[in-house]
Design a protein around this ligand. Sequence first.
Ligand code: UD1
Ligand code: CA
Length: 456
Amino acid sequence: MTTSTLNIVILAAGKGTRMNSVKPKVLHELAGRPLLAHVINAARQLDPDRIIVVYGYGGETVPETFKDENLTWVRQSEQLGTGHAVQQALPALAEDGKTLILLGDVPLLNVESCRKLLQQTLQLGLLTVRKNDPTGYGRIVRDAQGRVNAIVEHKDASLQQRTIDEVNTGIMAVDSSQLKSWLSRLKNHNAQGEYYLTDIVSLAVEDGFSVASETTSDESSVEGVNSKQDLAGLERVYQLRKATALMQAGVTLNDPFRIDIRGDLEVGRDVEIDIGCIFEGRVSLADGVKIGAYCVIRDSSIGAGTTIAPFTHMDQVRIADECRIGPYARLRPGTELSADTHIGNFVELKNTQVDVGSKINHLSYVGDTTVGKQVNIGAGTITCNYDGANKFRTVIEDHAFIGSDSQLVAPVTIGAGATIGAGSTITKDAPAGELTLSRGRQTTISNWKRPVKVKR
Ligand code: UD1
Ligand code: CA
């Protein structure tokens, strides 16, 4: 098999007036990533020699957003039409092989349809779709034999042509050397005074070539985003597809319409996810994990059999097997929980490692701390890790017991098996196995009167 050069041009210069936003349209996000990122991702799967992005509105913000990616950027300073946009890319195009033209605002693009289109294309091929309401789209005009003759834009179409329901998706495959010659012949004598890329179809027919076409039945895969309603609509399509794939993998979703995956979610067997959860970045849930309602989980891994109760928030966290977390827990970056740990309501952990079987069940802040095995941290415990300028670590060794409402002023170590009396402020290391407390002795003052309000 001979492999020929493949260049991909992504058109992304438009403003997207109907988005009603200062942000360029292609930077609006679907599933937590810019629209253009979805298109680039699809383009990469076709293994092209080069991806060229035509940008314009919004200036350098678009290329800056993708500065770490290997892309060729071409600026179209004035948006004079889709044909003009592709003209700007010509200097960056290879002399031979094929060019695939994609749109930066069509995020759910189907890679298989593009592959089929490329396979069929000799000089020119179009990806088309049938629409119940084709208003606004370029119509595919065919002759009596069904051969493609031209694309006529809605605004230029006759009433009879407007009844055609097969439309141009905007996605085309073109022989690169032909593309150069056709683009040089474009005129802007049309209803919009623009250089239409779609006019290359009649030029190809004039030159005696037959135009290939591939018709997709998956409308969402060629749907462009023009408004916030379009964006929300495609977001739901995307999310329902993700939810369906999860269920096919054996996950129980209480409601597939109420889950949002903004990244990659990896799952084991018999995972259960209740409603309203958001997964961001890379998240993995091992066998039998249960996630309660309304949790937000980002870049974290959760071990087998662990239960996360509702309203828990976690970011960059590693949790081992058989833990019980939440409800209302907040686990911040650097939290690592060993097996069988319990973290309860209104507990915030940051950069803290908790060893096997330890419990922090109520209303605590534990930061920059190493917690040993089988430790019990009472309600309202605070590690004072910050002196206003520097952060220090707290070490709580195996089997320690921290009484409620204690402050551990770091740097400090609580020895193995030590007990801290409730309400203590611990500023020096507490020895292993002993009871340490900092409270004054309890006294009662007889005949003490509560203050009364002074009348002025
Ligand atoms: C275009 C097609 C139409 C097709 C429709 C599908 C043309 C002339 N018409 O129409 O046949 O049915 O898409 O959605 O091609 N862009 C630039 N620079 C420009 C103009 C546009 O980069 O000067 C980009 C836009 O950012 C957008 C894409 O090209 O991503 C399509 O442009 P748009 O103005 O939306 O074209 P339509 O009129 O919808
Ligand atoms: Ca459009």
